[in-house]
Design a protein around this ligand. Sequence first.
Ligand SMILES: [Zn+2]
Length: 211
Amino acid sequence: MITPETGLARQQVVAAARYIHRRGLTHGRTGNLSIRLGERILITPTGASLGSVQADQLSVIRVDGEHLGGPPASKEAFLHVAMLRARPSATAVVHTHSSYSAAVSCLAGLDPDNALPPLTAYFAMRVGQLPLLAYHAPGDLALGPLAEDAAQRHPALLLRNHGPIVAGQDLDSALDVVEELEETAKLFLLLHGRPVQPLTTEQADALAPTR
Ligand SMILES: [Zn+2]
């Protein structure tokens, strides 16, 4: 199972895991990430901390989710499978419980079609429209089809009372989106209660990421 390709891929996953941990985008054993290599997905294992998971501790699953090697995959692997199935051009998925994004996901009264306004050009460029998916208990597979449907139109989704999940062309671009989303969620909460002027629909649409 370990080829030079997956050996390099393992290093990339671990480097991204450490980056997420160092940036404070994850806590405890939360968060998971994956990359797709042809018909296989390399993904962080269940119960792993992104601060300490090692290259030889990653799980390998098939693109349909079946376990192929290594320890059992993250219990949220089905969401990675759904995101990658919905977005053929994507090769990486990052999911975190990062604090500001998770805080926004708990607010009442959000627009389910777009949980955050385009406060900045960078959010409009990297994230665009952000669907909010209904709450599901951890591991509830019913969330998979909802994520797959929404991901066909949007690279970033916000899971209610949970956190963001993002598909990208590669790990670096998925990480960029997770960070941009987290910073915009922080701005959104900082601005709470004040009159806000986000970008207009025209301004945001002109910058929207390619679907
Ligand atoms: Zn999660």
